[in-house]
Design a protein around this ligand. Structure first.
Ligand SMILES: [Zn+2]
Length: 83
């Protein structure tokens, strides 16, 4: 049986609480565009995008680059990313 998106989200949340990070800096690049779209639209984050959010918490370098990307779009990183 295929797990539902909700189950996957719960699982990702569980993993996020226990694991440091599921993706590395190189993998992050594959998801940055999708993550940016999601935060711009204020959509709920699907599991792989939650991993992106998690990565920004532990990797200041990627977060900095992402914030630069947000600014390049004329947006405010603080408002989009919170904390
Ligand atoms: Zn990184």
């Amino acid at each position: 049986m295929k797990p539902t998106d909700e189950q996957l989200a719960d699982l990702a949340k569980l993993l996020g609480d226990t694991a440091d990070c599921e993706i590395d800096c190189a993998e992050l690049l594959d998801h940055v565009a999708a993550y940016l779209e999601a935060v711009k639209d204020r959509r709920g984050l699907e599991p792989r995008l939650q991993q992106v959010a998690q990565h920004f918490k532990i990797c200041p370098e990627c977060r900095e680059e992402f914030e630069a990307l947000i600014r390049a779009e004329g947006l405010d990183p603080q408002k989009l990313l919170g904390d």
